[in-house]
Design a protein around this ligand. Structure first.
Ligand SMILES: [Zn+2]
Length: 418
């Protein structure tokens, strides 16, 4: 049954990749694109055929279903667990439509994605390819991302359900599956989830890259907007009168630590990133991202922005300054307690039993799980097996994708056995 796991995963992946689900940041609605409705409805049908019940879809195309427990009468209680994967693919300026190309039994060398357009993934730029000699590798045709982020994960969880459906001898507790839209444009799907429909003790996302990657440390993340209104006047009467909001924005930025920016930080170092500035004679708006793995330091950065705003008010009393800040998501680690730590322990244990070397990464970003964890459901993240997310060079070695699915099945086994 499991011998053809790769074929099943590939079939599922191609089925879901065929539906265009690129999300659009400029959209006002969730989901941001109609293709995500189409995929959501297909997934509802697919999981219904695999024994999932109580399948619901809400006005944002968030699909949630429940696989009832299948346990011997005398079995100890098993925690209810969930999986969350996202249906959208990222917009990085390439085609929204995805045409996967399958390279059978890769033997090294550059991979030709598109003969007509002469697009390749070169070994020189991507020597990681050489780890997968002998595997089937899936790539895009070079005009788009592949969208293994996160359709490899969607295929993973549906295939795992298929394995459970075909093997009634495998016991398991209650399992919830959830498919969300619009992860790539700010975790919008997860943020719109009605958590009462997802009553799990803990959950997993499958939304990082290389085999072994395991993430339960993410940023604390927030954003800030500074609105500045100055005073305009004709230059002939400007002296001691005009207050230039653009120069105030400039002064404000000069108060920020130039060593604490994305380009000067790594690992668990935080930053404040000026992501936008717009201005004219009367108004200016600054956009900032605030990031830190350490919660105290994250809060201190927010306080510092407030202090900078107050200082600017003192220095420019005729200007009007308003700082708005909002939290986006939190470090998953902060939701991990000694009582619920087992969701992370199971991941390490699953990889150990499958001889997969864990790559414990402090992610400089966030996942749907970073948001869901703030709702009291610790939700670590593990590998899809694919490489180079958000790039035309995204590729999916099927052996690694299979190992990701085996990790899912192993987690179900370990959680069942306690
Ligand atoms: Zn993703």
């Amino acid at each position: 049954m499991k011998d053809n796991l790769q074929d099943r995963l590939l079939y599922r992946f191609l089925r879901y990749a065929a539906i265009t689900t690129q999300s659009k940041r400029e959209s006002e609605i969730i989901p941001s694109t109609p293709g995500q409705w189409e995929l959501a409805r297909l997934l509802m049908k697919d999981i219904a055929e695999l024994g999932v019940t109580d399948i619901t879809i809400d006005e944002h195309a968030v699909v949630i279903g429940r696989l009832p427990a299948r346990l011997p009468d005398d079995h100890a209680p098993v925690p209810t667990v969930g999986w969350v994967t996202h249906m959208d693919t990222v917009d990085v300026g390439m085609s929204p439509d995805i045409h996967p190309v399958i390279i059978r039994n890769y033997q090294g060398g550059d991979i030709c994605q598109n003969k007509e357009k002469q697009i390749f993934i070169s070994v020189q730029e991507h020597p990681e390819l050489l780890k997968y000699i002998g595997q089937d590798i899936v790539v895009s045709d070079g005009t788009s991302v592949l969208g293994a982020d996160d359709k490899a994960a969607v295929a993973n969880i549906v295939t795992a359900l298929e394995v459970l459906a075909e093997n009634p001898d495998i016991p398991h507790g209650e399992i919830y599956v959830c498919f969300v839209p619009d992860e790539e444009i700010g975790l919008c799907g997860a943020k719109s989830m009605d958590m009462s429909r997802f009553p799990v003790e803990f959950a997993y996302t499958i939304d990082c890259c290389e085999q072994g990657e395991l993430v339960y440390q993410t940023f604390n993340a927030g954003n800030a907007k500074l609105y500045i209104t100055g005073v305009t006047a004709h230059p002939m009467s400007s002296k001691n009168n005009t207050v230039n909001p653009i120069l105030i924005a400039h002064d404000f930025m000069n108060l920020l630590d130039r060593g604490e920016t994305p380009e000067y930080t790594e690992k668990t170092e935080g930053y404040i990133w000026v992501t936008g500035i717009e201005g004219n004679q009367l108004n200016a708006v600054l956009d900032l991202n605030i990031r830190d793995h350490d919660r105290e330091k994250y809060l201190a950065k927010k306080e510092y922005l407030k202090a900078c705003t107050e200082m600017m008010k003192l220095r420019h009393p005729k200007a009007k300054l308003t700082l708005e800040m909002a939290d986006d998501y939190s470090n998953i680690k902060d939701a991990i307690t000694p009582e619920n730590r087992k969701c992370v322990d199971y991941l390490f244990q699953a990889m150990k039993e499958l001889n997969i070397v864990p790559l414990d990464i402090a992610m400089r970003g966030g996942t749907d799980g970073s948001y869901i964890s703030t709702k009291g459901i610790p939700t670590p993240n593990y590998f899809t097996g694919a490489h180079n997310f958000h790039s035309r060079c995204e590729f999916m070695p099927m052996g690694a994708v299979e190992n990701s699915c085996r990790t899912t099945l192993k987690l179900i086994e370990l959680i069942t056995n306690g």
